[in-house]
Design a protein around this ligand. Sequence first.
Ligand code: AMP
Length: 301
Amino acid sequence: MSLLIVGSLAFDTIETPWGRREKIVGGSGTYCSLAASFFTQPRIVAVVGEDFPAEIMKLFESRRIDTRGVELRSGKTFHWEGRYGFDPNQRTTVKTELNVFGDFRPRIPAEFKDNDIIFLANVDPDLVEVVLGQVSRPKLTALDTINFWIQTKPEALSKALERVDVFFANDEEVKMLTREVNLIRAAKKILERGPKIVITKKGEHGALVFGRDLFFGVIAHPCEDVVDPTGAGDSFAGGFLGYLDKVQSFGANKKEIRKAAVFGSVIASFAIEDFGIDRFRRLAAAEIEERFQSFKKLVSF
Ligand code: AMP
């Protein structure tokens, strides 16, 4: 089993109608690897500045996340600031300070050259080629993106799409990328550009999984108190890919794809119950299984 995640380790400043948190630990790589760690033992490749807390690296290690690919650079860690209104699906990016992430050139350690799955989580789309050029051919490649890259690097993103098997984005991002107002058409357009599976995340409304002969909808766990929606998408991807790595299924088995999407949704539903990664600190495997079973009941008729 081997899932390699290349993503951001970050400080996030989050504002919601219920509170504000300054510079708490977040980042696509953080959420994704913690989520995946409930299914497999992920490897992470990322960059941090001198201000990144050692305690978080210890947390990763305690969750058996392999951190040998985390580069420590002089300077500040990536910082992102986002604001949510009463609708948790509507988010405004207030600030993106790339800092050491700006000229990040991932170097894949020799021990990480062979991987079953590679996930590029919200990274600069130019890095897709840089990463895939350093490893032997994986069984599955996946990419997630965020509005910042769609706006600043649309051409690089188009090229990156040709190189990956699975593409994750939220519904707004998929529409923005394809200039299409209808989500189904937008997802089909992306399928034509390379990926075999497109997963559009719809926040509190769940996610849709599109494939050439696959269409599956997964609801989101009904949650009355969404404390902080940040990281839900990355956690979904971590759960989805972590599960596929665990069962060693790489995209051909539709039943496993559906199950992976449900586990993605389950794990994302925990991420939003507290600020930052705090819910993951106290999450137990039994809670994941319990919520998975309650999902089954919720959708059977
Ligand atoms: P999500 O809520 O799952 O879409 O992702 C939110 C996470 O993505 C936050 O923790 C941010 O630190 C991280 N993030 C935001 N913008 C970027 C970016 N341009 N590059 C990499 N990571 C980002």
